[in-house]
Design a protein around this ligand. Structure first.
Ligand code: BG6
Length: 514
């Protein structure tokens, strides 16, 4: 196909208005604006485009444009060029907003009407909910009350709902009920931006396309699996949000469980979005739900204290502006899950995530079982080889590393671990997750978005943990105790080491980034 035509097909349709609720927040500056800038560089944005940012503390339009430009320069992997930024900046506006007030939505309605009059056409509307999750139901309702959700002819109206979708199963059900009361399923895009990462999509392809790994991908050969999502950043001014979510809702209920699904689900018969989602739901259903009374044996929490990350001294969580001094919100969590099905019964999946860790890294370690030493020549039995591992790195680089036993050069007959590495730098040019997902939502492709039944099953896994922790918090508070802590820039609370070492295993070491 002619590349120009292909590009034309991929472009966002002419006459699109993007409304970002929560535009003064971290997500808009760190992810959404750089994503729009990338789309502009790729020539995928239409001429008739407007972006309007709403927020409680938002600056006026000039300041907003200027602020966003500085953030794009800071967070973008490409050099800032006026010819790509200009068309976005000139079409970007801001509006101070109180979401409780009808006036906010009246003003928004006027803005849309004026834009449509200028364009001489009915607009496509994308409403992005990047506020605190407690506003999602209100936003969905108000948009609908003011008729902004209506679609006519080819003009569409869609909402992107950030995670966490609800704060537990019950609130998620309520939210979904409100959404589906006003919007059809094709208008709702429940986002988990990890699904937009090429390396996450690749997990399934890697599993399905290599005979080498298929026979060992089960409890017969795998000792355990570790998933690490480590970040060097702290809460980045998102205290209000984080105090509601903690790491369990922010990272585990969404990103970590989605990665787990790609790792452990059965192969779908077709790479069809619905079939993939069906398999994910089946997998989530087979994750053993931890009994509330056992939660403390299967989980660890921690909060970072003052420490050094990337050679910089950073404050502890309790000293971050706005954090209540008695906060029991976890910035680190480790959990152990089991999947009760034929493939995985008995294989522990250790998942950990933390803010202010020594490095930014998302990776999966698949540790194979120890070879039966009895079957080896006696010489090798004295020093049994280290078990094979498959390490899948999702970020910052995407790649796979296999650890195998190898005879080192020399006169001694010995075996030592050696790595085979695939991928790495070349993958750095992958499209950024938000760029891909924003484009998909504006083209109406929901393949990489989450279906509600997945969300329900994910809450069922996480809810007992949240409930047990809540009770435990009361107990700790009564005794004047706090959550375990870890100095920023370290491997996490020492309790997390005991947690895995109790099972005779060890976390992979996170090399501090320089
Ligand atoms: C978001 C979380 O969903 O993912 C943040 O709310 C986290 O707390 C972020 O920092 C990590 O995403 P990425 O793409 O930067 O690894």
């Amino acid at each position: 196909m002619d590349p120009n035509l292909e590009n034309e097909k991929n472009r966002v349709p002419e006459g699109t208005i993007v409304v970002i609720f929560g535009a003064s927040g971290d997500l808009a500056r760190r992810k959404l604006m750089p994503a729009f800038y990338h789309l502009s560089r790729e020539g995928l944005l239409p001429e008739k485009l407007r972006i309007i940012g709403l927020g409680r503390r938002i600056q006026d339009t000039d300041e907003f444009r200027d602020h966003m430009m500085r953030r794009v320069i800071q967070y973008c992997s490409h050099k800032m060029e006026r010819r790509f930024w200009g068309p976005i900046a000139d079409n970007m506006f801001s509006m101070k907003a109180d979401y409780q007030e009808d006036e906010t939505f009246l003003k928004l309605k006027d803005f849309i009407a004026e834009t449509e009059a200028e364009w001489g056409q009915r607009s496509n509307r994308l409403f992005y909910f990047s506020t605190s999750p407690s506003h999602f139901d209100l936003l969905a309702t108000k948009i609908a009350q003011f008729g902004l959700h209506e679609e006519t002819g080819t003009a569409w109206s869609r909402i992107i709902v950030e995670k966490p979708f609800g704060l537990d199963l019950e609130s998620a059900d309520r939210l979904n009920e409100i959404l589906t009361q006003y919007y059809s399923e094709s208008q709702i895009f429940r986002i988990d931006h990890f699904l937009g990462k090429e390396a996450v999509q690749n997990i399934l392809i890697f599993r399905m396309s290599n005979l080498l790994f298929q026979p060992v991908w089960n409890r017969e050969y795998i000792d355990h699996i570790q998933l690490t999502i480590a970040e060097t950043i702290g809460v980045e001014g998102r205290v209000d949000f984080f105090e509601q979510t903690g790491a369990i809702r922010d990272m585990i209920q969404s990103h970590a469980l989605q990665i787990l699904a790609f790792l452990a689900m059965e192969h779908p018969s077709r790479l069809d979005p619905e079939e993939i989602r069906d398999e994910k739901v089946i997998l989530f259903k087979s994750v053993r739900k931890i009994e509330e009374n056992d939660v403390l044996d299967y989980t660890v929490r921690g909060q970072y204290s003052e420490g050094v990350v990337n050679s910089e001294l950073v404050p502890g969580y309790l000293d971050e502006e706005g954090v209540p001094p008695d906060s029991m919100v976890e910035t680190y969590t480790a959990i152990k899950l089991f999947i009760d099905n034929f493939r995985w019964r008995g294989v522990p999946f250790y998942i950990r995530t933390g803010k202010r860790m020594p490095t930014r890294k998302t990776e999966i370690l698949i540790q194979l079982k120890q070879l039966d030493v009895e079957t080896m020549p006696t010489l090798l039995q004295k020093q049994p080889p280290i078990p094979n591992t498959i390490r899948i790195e999702i970020q910052p680089r995407a790649g796979v590393e296999l650890q195998i036993g190898w005879k080192p050069p020399g006169l001694l007959t010995d075996v030592e671990p050696t790595s085979l590495t695939i991928g790495g730098k070349a993958m750095l040019k992958e499209p950024k997750a938000y760029e891909r997902l924003l484009l998909d939502a504006m083209r109406g492709d929901s393949t990489l978005f989450i279906r509600y039944d997945e969300i329900r099953e994910m809450w069922k896994i996480v809810d007992p943990i949240i409930r047990a922790w809540k009770k435990e918090n009361e107990r700790l508070k009564q005794k004047g105790l706090k959550l375990p802590s870890y100095p920023a820039g370290t491997q996490g609370p020492k309790e997390a080491n005991h947690f895995i070492e109790r099972d005779g295993r060890k976390w992979t070491y996170l090399e501090p980034s320089r």
